[in-house]
Design a protein around this ligand. Structure first.
Ligand code: 5GP
Ligand code: MN
Length: 337
């Protein structure tokens, strides 16, 4: 659908005060939380009733975000989450491209009356009645800002909404470092500062929230669990369930670890394998044209963006890594540097 037509359709949806719900992906990150809460603040400011539904509780370093206390998380309140989705007039689906990304809430999501998807991942599934997809946007938060602006609602972005939207842009752009950072990104960040976002406070709340265990786990991973494959220009981290237990692992503790691989000069692919009870979680990051989302879609039931993607493997950690090494040469050969 032409963007102008989609904006017009959204404008009509928002014309009367309604019952809205917002849902984002499992294991919500800064952009997932920032876009959901940022949009929630603005919708509430123009008179809607809004419930934010989370497929699971986000890591503690995101709990400070304005509005977090009012979210419903499926791991704590499964019934209330389902009810909010089924009873709303409009469901906003933010920062994910396939219904399966909400895990246990997938079947409920597909039963919602009217869904509006706003997302920046590649190849969105056609599950929503209205889809806003912009793979050039560094963050869903940037898209939410753009859409609010096109709707003429930017004056309703107060300090809380601005803080949430800035947080997602900052985290998904790697603090304005990744290739996805454009002049528009910085313009939106500046506009959000004018509306009350305070970068120093936001950076500190998100980045200076380490526990001692988390830093020691990082040190252990860098020292003992990193394999550098110079010829393949690839760096692999692997942490077993036992490794994680040794450092009293909390969700979010390994966030950003994989990026250290890419900081080694000449490395263009970094992988991180994390063992859990039933499956192995895989995170890949790349530089340049190497499409890690395609690799994970084909080999690890995953997806995401060209340079940052995630997936999973049913089985043992060692088997997941072996599978990676088996598939890697064919992938790299397709994309010579
Ligand atoms: P991470 O490696 O930090 O978990 O995720 C990197 C990017 O890939 C994020 O944008 C995330 O939304 C996406 N992603 C992570 N896991 C999956 C997955 O299992 N499937 C899909 N389609 N995307 C994922
Ligand atoms: Mn995102």
């Amino acid at each position: 659908m032409e963007n102008k037509v989609a904006i017009q359709a959204l404008r009509s949806l928002l014309a009367q005060p309604g019952k809205m719900a917002i849902i984002t992906h499992f294991n919500p990150d800064g952009d997932a939380m920032g876009s959901s809460l940022g949009l929630a603040h603005v919708l509430r400011a123009i008179g809607h009733h809004v419930t934010v539904v989370l497929p699971n509780t986000p890591p503690t370093f995101l709990h400070w975000m304005p509005g977090y206390a009012d979210c419903l998380a499926h791991d704590r309140l499964p019934h209330a989450c389902k009810q909010a989705i089924l009873e709303c007039d409009t469901l906003f689906a933010l920062d994910f491209n396939r219904p399966g990304r909400v895990n246990a809430l997938e079947a409920t999501l597909l039963k919602a009356k009217h869904t509006v998807l706003i997302d920046h991942h590649r190849d969105p599934d056609g599950f929503a009645a209205l889809t806003f997809s912009d793979t050039s946007a560094c963050a869903t938060c940037q898209m939410v800002f753009d859409i609010l602006e096109q709707l003429g609602l930017q004056e309703h972005i107060g300090p809380d909404a601005a803080t949430c939207l800035y947080s997602g842009i900052m985290t998904d752009s790697g603090s304005f470092r990744f290739g996805s950072t454009t002049p528009r990104t910085l313009e939106v960040a500046a506009a959000l500062m004018h509306k009350g976002a305070v970068p120093e406070r936001i950076c500190s709340a998100i980045l200076d929230s380490n526990t001692e265990n988390r830093l020691r786990l990082l040190g252990f991973a860098l020292h003992q669990r990193m394999q550098v494959m110079t010829e393949e220009r690839t760096c692999v981290f692997a942490l077993s369930k036992e490794d994680l237990e040794q450092y009293a692992f909390q969700p979010g503790d390994t966030e950003g670890l994989v990026n250290y691989g890419l900081s080694i000069s000449n490395i263009r692919l970094a992988a991180f394998f994390m063992g859990a009870a039933s499956e192995v979680k895989v995170s890949l990051r790349s530089k340049g044209q190497l499409p890690v989302d395609k690799f994970l879609h084909t080999h690890f039931s995953g997806g995401g963006h060209r340079n940052a993607a995630g997936g999973r493997f049913q089985g043992a950690l060692a088997d997941a890594i072996a599978h990676f090494h088996e598939m890697l040469p064919g992938f790299l050969a397709q994309y010579p540097a």
